[in-house]
Design a protein around this ligand. Structure first.
Ligand code: PHE
Length: 347
């Protein structure tokens, strides 16, 4: 064999080895495989094809030998390419994936911490026979104030304190207007919990928000008295906080209850001994409550001679913050997924 023919055979063997290595390396990339086919086997500029183009210039014997080696190399590379492409096509979704990696848990969404405490609170009162109802956030001044016995000129009616939507219409400042709606829609006995969003012109800082949440409770029947209220609230506080909690009723005032009380509980953090959470008082304010004022019964058409009732209203945002150790009320309203994803397991 001529020296030239021997060079060409050696070059061919080198090309074949190189191509094999590169096909192997590109096994997960269909486009790269396609480019390799063109680079080595392309009819016009393929590198293997280029060597075979030298054939006519060789003596017949060398021509046969190189021709045979060339055809074998072409067939082998073609087979390697076809195998790599078939393997790729057999698992297109897995191309480039690590099949040994453990599956990720599916993101199922999380419940908002306020929703979690609403569910918890309403479940506890359901054991006492209270049904969960809701009312609208846009209310009439009449339902939000007048029917609840707020006197004309009460500071809460001031546009400085409430978000008015127009004359006589506002975003409710508490869940109590739903008491009015329930008592006008149903006759006693009435036993309801009313969770919902409320609005007041408050600054937005670590402990205040112009939008906040309350749960209202309302029980109206014959013979309901203050002892029922104290028993229901105490039962609730022990279930919601801890069995050993101390409940304290302080006289207070609301236009729609008489008598009215502010209910405190011994601080769940320090058990009443005093800590920063309870500002060293040993107690924390839990809710406002009282016996439904007869003037409210009259406004909604319930006979105050026959029926009595109790009601309470409780802020939920602070309850959720205490329950889940949330330091800043704004976190409840910012919709930061890094915050909300922490509640995914509770859902
Ligand atoms: N609505 C009152 C508030 O927002 C709370 C309350 C409700 C008090 C029911 C007594 C009875 O502060």
């Amino acid at each position: 064999m001529s020296a030239k023919a021997a060079d060409l055979v050696a070059a061919l063997a080198g090309l074949e080895r190189e191509a094999e290595e590169r096909i192997h390396a590109a096994a997960r990339d269909g486009e790269a495989l396609q480019r390799l086919r063109t680079e080595y086997l392309g009819r016009k500029a393929g590198r293997v094809t280029g060597i075979l183009r030298e054939l006519p210039a060789l003596p017949p014997e060398a021509r046969r030998e190189l021709g045979q080696a060339g055809n074998q190399a072409k067939a082998r590379l073609e087979q390697l390419l076809a195998e790599a492409e078939a393997a790729l096509a057999a698992r297109p979704a897995a191309a480039g994936a690590d099949l040994t990696m453990p599956a990720r848990r599916q993101w199922r969404g999380a419940l908002h911490p306020v929703t979690l405490v609403v569910d918890e609170i309403c479940d506890i009162f359901r054991e006492l026979g209270l049904t969960r109802v809701v009312g609208p956030e846009a209310e009439s001044e009449r339902n939000n104030f007048t029917a609840l016995n707020f006197p004309p000129g009460h500071p809460a009616l001031d546009a400085q304190d409430s978000f008015y939507l127009g004359p006589g219409a506002l975003l409710r400042t508490h869940t109590s207007p739903v008491q009015v709606r329930v008592m006008e829609a149903y006759r006693p006995p009435i036993r309801v919990t009313i969770p919902g969003r409320c609005y007041r012109r408050d600054p937005f800082d670590a402990s205040h928000s112009p939008v906040f949440h309350q749960v209202e409770g309302l029980v109206v029947d014959e013979g309901i008295n203050l002892v029922d209220l104290k028993a229901a609230i105490t039962f609730f506080a022990r279930r919601f906080l801890s069995p050993g909690v101390t409940v304290r009723f302080r006289p207070s005032f609301f236009p729609f209850t008489e008598p009215s009380a502010e209910v405190d509980v011994s601080c769940p953090q320090c058990d009443g001994s005093g800590c920063p959470v309870c500002k060293h008082t040993g107690f924390m304010e839990l809710l406002g409550a009282g016996m439904v004022d007869p003037a409210v019964f009259e406004a909604v058409g319930v006979d105050p001679e026959r029926f009595t009732g109790w009601a309470f209203g409780m802020g939920l945002d602070r309850a959720a913050m205490i329950r889940y150790g949330i330091p800043d009320i704004r976190m409840l309203f910012e919709a930061d997924m890094r915050f909300h994803a922490q509640f995914v397991d509770a859902a």
